[in-house]
Design a protein around this ligand. Structure first.
Ligand code: PHE
Length: 337
């Protein structure tokens, strides 16, 4: 029986040396060490041996089992190493890599994100609407009559079908009130378009941020408090404000907001920064008409709205002298942010 063990051991080691893949190694393990493998069967035979032979024979069996097991493990490790080397062949891992330039958010996007964060803290949710708008959402529902200059073909991009590129984000006020009921507290950042002569301070596409708050008992004090808090958070607590009476068709009363602050570099002169006002009852009625209900009954709800441009703010905050730099896509400019 001793020689039988030796023979099995030699046989197993030979087969292991010749195995070319891991599946082959598995088969060898089963053949010799498996439940009915040849080495296992030999240990069954041990029962019939004389008592004095058992320890020695047991040790031989154990040694054989250990030798085959470790040969299998070694062979497996070697096969895996060989596969790894093959995968890397032809690749010089010591060559320097190709550096990927890391992008950053556009300066206007950065400013917009900061603005959104501040309004979120006051409970405003984000709202959205299409850039290609109907005249109803951009003008009619906003109490802007057909003869208003904003509707002039010279000032606005119209499509053949009568739709247009929205001239302001105020259209999102209407879209929001069409689908939600008070209380409403939203901000809507987005693109607006005007047929402007392009120069250092004008683009045909710019970025606005609209706000709308509708509830019972919303007052001008809420409007002032909200905007002053927002701009102080954004521009510094030294900011001073002037709410100058103005006219917008869709708010009554209406104001333009002027600001003086160190951050804008104008601590000694006023800078016009936003338009705002209390939502005109005519706007509520236009929405009610569309909805077919009285969800925005001007006898029961009031609201304020505001809008401001982000491009000019970004220009002043970052000291950018020409608005066209924002859209030129010049890496040398964008890299600075
Ligand atoms: N939509 C106005 C503009 O583009 C700004 C505005 C928004 C004014 C909301 C009042 C209320 O100039």
């Amino acid at each position: 029986m001793d020689s039988q063990i030796d023979q099995l051991r030699v046989e197993a080691l030979q087969q292991i040396a010749q195995a070319t893949d891991e599946a082959g190694l598995d088969a060898i393990r089963v053949q010799f060490l498996g439940r009915s493998g040849s080495i296992s069967l030999l240990s069954e035979g041990m029962k019939s041996l004389p008592k004095e032979d058992k320890p020695r024979f047991g040790k031989l069996l154990n040694d054989a089992r250990t030798a085959v097991t470790s040969a299998l493990d070694e062979a497996r490790t070697e096969l895996q190493a060989r596969a790894d080397r093959a995968a890397f062949s032809g690749v010089d891992v010591t060559l320097p890599g190709i550096a990927r330039a890391q992008g950053a958010l556009h300066p206007i996007t950065q400013l917009q994100d900061r603005a959104v964060q501040i309004f979120r803290r006051m409970g405003f949710a984000l709202a959205d609407g299409p850039d290609i708008e109907t005249e109803f959402h951009c003008f009619d529902a906003l109490n802007t009559p057909a003869d208003h200059p904003a509707r002039n073909e010279q000032d606005t991009f119209y499509f053949q079908d009568g739709r247009l590129l929205r001239t302001h984000t105020s259209s999102v006020q209407i879209r929001t009130m069409e689908s939600a009921v008070p209380p409403i507290r939203i901000i809507a950042p987005g693109a607006a378009y005007r047929r402007d002569e392009i120069d250092a301070t004008h683009l045909a596409q710019f970025t606005q941020m609209e706000g709308l708050y509708v509830d019972s008992n919303v007052s001008v004090a809420d409007l002032k408090g909200t905007l002053e808090f927002f701009f102080r958070e954004l521009l510094g607590s030294d900011a001073q404000f002037r709410f100058r009476p103005h006219f917008f068709p869709f708010t009554e009363p209406s104001y333009e907001v002027d600001i003086r602050t160190r951050a804008l570099g104008n601590a000694d002169r006023w800078l016009e920064i936003a338009g705002c006002g209390m939502v005109d009852p005519a706007v509520f009625e236009a929405v009610n008409g569309r909805r077919g209900d009285r969800a925005f009954d001007p006898e029961k709800v009031t609201g304020f709205a505001f809008g401001f441009g982000l491009d000019r703010l970004a220009m002043i905050l970052s000291g950018v002298p020409d608005i066209r730099l924002f859209t030129d896509n010049d890496q040398r400019f964008l890299r600075q942010f």
